[in-house]
Ligand binder design. Structure first.
Ligand code: ADP
Ligand code: MG
Length: 701
């Protein structure tokens, strides 16, 4: 861009003047010519063209189609009725939908007569649908005159009331384009334009504001979205590189006896290729001089534990200590037992530290930790206490990261000379799209493959009225020797009520599954840790058939013989929680089941959650839906939501573009870190301008 020209204050544009300039600044954040040029239309009115149904694209534009209605039906919904008409032309079929004014429409619409319809289309269930279309009989329509395709800009009440209408914005944009003729310079490299078949920057800007047709509009949108995401990624990845060159960490230069012996002699199964890939990535990080800061994402049951262990062994091979921190006592114990078993013959000193560790053993642990006799410490928050001092903590692994804050984590290494390498493991996948945008500066490893031989868990949704059948099913499974979880919600705000639900449920289950044929465990938050532990262990050992619980069993607990997960009031759980709960079963060789029980009263979101659970077991897909339902702010904690302040790209809808943008950004930085090649000059100067004029900081906090 010719920056001198584009940084001209908006006041100087013909037709703007001080009043309008003030309003544009205040209402739309437009300070300069550049800002105005990047005010992208939110939609378009296109009455220049008649589309065939088969030509419709997902551009968010309004379109005009000629066709006829073949039938109309009323669809009953919880939230009311909707009227759905099937609309066809010779190329295909779509739907017209009304939520209001249905009676009038039903009475006046003529079947099998040619209509011109106009409106926005949605893509839904494999069909385009148009809610509340403008409609006109073709014979009437042909007598009218239409204007060209027109951009509709985001506006505010204030702007409208002060006379800055959409037409005014259009006129200003025209003025700007006339004045800026030939001043728009290319911002991407030639090879990128060629490889990705992107249209030029100036053509894209022109067509985003004055689209000549739908296909050029589509190309313009693609090009500008790509550019936006590319520069964000470039910035994030560069930050990552800087971080790596600045934050020194312990370098584990060798892979030694522990790792090799384990790998050659004690590996209990063949690693999946995803596990191998991830271990390789971690090894690479650990071998470098920079501190590792890696997020390991892997669905429940994908086998993160072995990855953790092998990372620990590398630390030990280099004479360092390692720790593993888990969010609950039960999980810590399981990790402790699991890891102790795995490295049984490696002669490693490994201890468990939790809230219930006795004072005498606690003292010993503290001592051995400080003098270096203890190599591996596993535990809960107890690891964060001031008294816990490592001699040389080289690797900290944190399981289920969402429960620990960053500040808390750094407490772990307050005594260290350098920060230890950090591996955060999570089974709650952060949607790839979001992770890429938010954590461009954090390295991510993904185990995207389950160990072989797992049977897919069958998931169904059942209404409470079906309870008898569900109970019969439980009986059948228990008679086959299987174990069953029955989980009740526990939401803080209604704790008392929830507790009552749980107890009522427990009583009724005890009646339906009486002693001595059935043994039932119950675990909830109000029990003493020791009692909880006791009950949990009875279930783990197979002494009880049914475990009635609140969500304390949500994370990590491993009982391979449990094959049925029943979630009561499933409509009250979030998607990621449901997915976590389901992950408690399907850990053994048997076919497993997840039954989501609900009442008949379901909100639209709850329905989507249940449908998603029934439809897929892919944690990433579930996370994407969750993101769509809850919004990124909720998912990530509020501080990051500013990251999603994009001008034209949509973090959810455009994740394919994001992937490409990210890989190009990486490619550019790898081959030319200082952007000094001739090929990359356009990128370099754009990047400098973006940083200089702070445009990029909008996205990155
Ligand atoms: P998560 O990722 O949920 O922590 P775990 O590490 O607990 O998963 O592994 C789940 C189960 O799968 C464990 O019983 C573990 O022994 C087993 N497992 C892990 N990796 C493999 C593999 N490559 N082949 C066979 N079984 C495996
Ligand atoms: Mg685990």
């Amino acid at each position: 861009m010719n920056q001198n020209f584009f940084q001209t204050p908006i006041d100087y544009l013909k037709g703007v003047g001080p009043n309008r300039a003030g309003l544009l600044r205040k209402e739309l954040g437009i300070h300069t010519y550049q800002d105005l040029m990047h005010l992208f239309p939110s939609r378009y009115l296109d009455r220049t063209k008649y589309y065939k149904i088969s030509q419709l694209q997902r551009t968010n534009a309004e379109v005009q189609v000629i066709g006829k209605i073949t039938h109309i039906k009323t669809v009953q919904q919880k939230s009311g009725k909707r009227l759905v008409a099937t609309f066809i032309d010779e190329s295909g079929k779509m739907e017209l939908v009304w939520f209001r004014g249905q009676k009038w429409i039903q009475e006046n619409l003529k079947l099998n007569k040619a209509y011109v319809i106009f409106g926005k289309t949605n893509w839904f269930n494999g069909l385009f649908s148009m809610p509340h279309p403008e409609m006109e009989l073709l014979e009437v329509h042909e007598k009218n005159i239409r204007s060209a395709m027109q951009a509709v800009y985001p506006s505010t009440e204030m702007l409208n009331s002060k006379g800055i209408s959409n037409r005014v914005l259009n006129t200003l944009m025209q003025t700007l384009f006339l004045e800026s003729k030939n001043k728009v310079t290319e911002t991407l490299s030639k090879s990128m334009l060629e490889e990705l078949q992107l249209i030029s920057k100036s053509e894209a800007l022109f067509n985003i504001h004055f689209p000549q047709n739908q296909s050029l509009l589509s190309s313009a949108q693609y090009r500008l979205k790509f550019e936006e995401l590319f520069y964000i990624q470039l910035q994030l990845l560069r930050k990552n590189l800087l971080h790596k060159s600045k934050i020194k960490g312990y370098s584990f230069t060798k892979v030694g006896g522990y790792f090799n012996t384990f790998f050659k002699e004690h590996l209990p199964f063949n690693l999946t290729s995803a596990q191998k890939k991830v271990i390789k990535e971690i090894r690479h990080d650990l071998g470098s001089n920079a501190q590792m800061n890696r997020l390991l994402q892997g669905d429940v049951g994908s086998g993160k534990t072995i990855v953790a262990l092998m990372s620990i062994l590398i630390a030990l091979d280099n004479g360092f200590q390692a720790c593993l921190m888990a969010p609950t006592e039960i999980l810590s114990v399981q990790h402790y037992n699991g890891l102790s078993l795995l490295c049984n013959e490696l002669n490693i000193s490994i201890s468990l530290l939790t809230g219930s560790t006795k004072t005498s053993s606690r003292k010993k642990i503290h001592e051995n930790l400080e003098n270096g006799n203890l190599q591996v410490l596993i535990g809960t928050h107890a690891l964060l206490e001031d008294k816990v001092k490592f001699k040389n903590l080289g690797l900290a692994i944190i399981d289920e990261q969402h429960r620990f804050g960053v500040a808390q984590r750094s407490k772990l290494w307050h005594k260290n000379e350098l920060p230890p390498n950090v591996l955060v493991m999570t089974a709650t996948p952060i949607p790839r799209t979001l992770a890429m945008s938010v954590y461009g500066d954090l390295d991510i490893s993904v185990i995207d493959e389950l160990p072989p031989g797992r049977k897919a868990i069958k998931t169904v949704h059942r209404f409470d009225s079906n309870r008898l059948n569900v109970f019969k099913f439980i009986r059948d499974e228990v008679s086959k020797g299987r174990q069953v979880y029955i989980v009740y919600p526990l939401i803080q705000e209604s704790e008392v009520l929830d507790y009552k639900d749980l107890m009522d449920g427990y009583e009724s289950i005890s009646r339906d599954f009486p002693l001595p044929n059935y043994q039932i465990s119950i675990v909830h938050g109000k029990m003493k840790p020791a009692d909880k532990e006791f009950e949990m262990n009875r279930f783990i050992k197979g002494e009880t058939n049914i475990m009635v619980a609140t969500t304390v069993i949500e994370v990590g607990v491993d009982v391979p013989n449990a094959s049925v997960m029943i979630v009561e009031s499933a409509e009250r759980f979030g998607l990621s929680q449901l997915h976590q709960l389901r992950g408690r079963v399907g850990r053994g060789a048997e076919q497993s089941y997840c039954i989501l029980m609900t009442s008949h009263k379901l909100s639209a979101d709850a329905k989507t959650r249940l449908e998603t659970m029934v439809k897929t077991s892919d944690g990433f897909e579930i996370a994407e839906v969750d993101l769509r339902l809850r919004g990124p702010g909720d998912l990530m904690g509020t501080q990051q939501s500013g990251v999603l302040n994009l001008r034209i790209a949509d973090i959810i809808k455009d994740h394919e573009i994001l992937k490409i943008a990210r890989s190009y950004a990486r490619q550019v930085l790898t081959s030319d870190p200082s952007l000094s090649s001739i090929e990359n000059q356009a990128i370099k100067s754009t990047f400098i301008q973006l940083v200089k004029y702070k445009n990029i900081w909008n996205y990155i906090s």
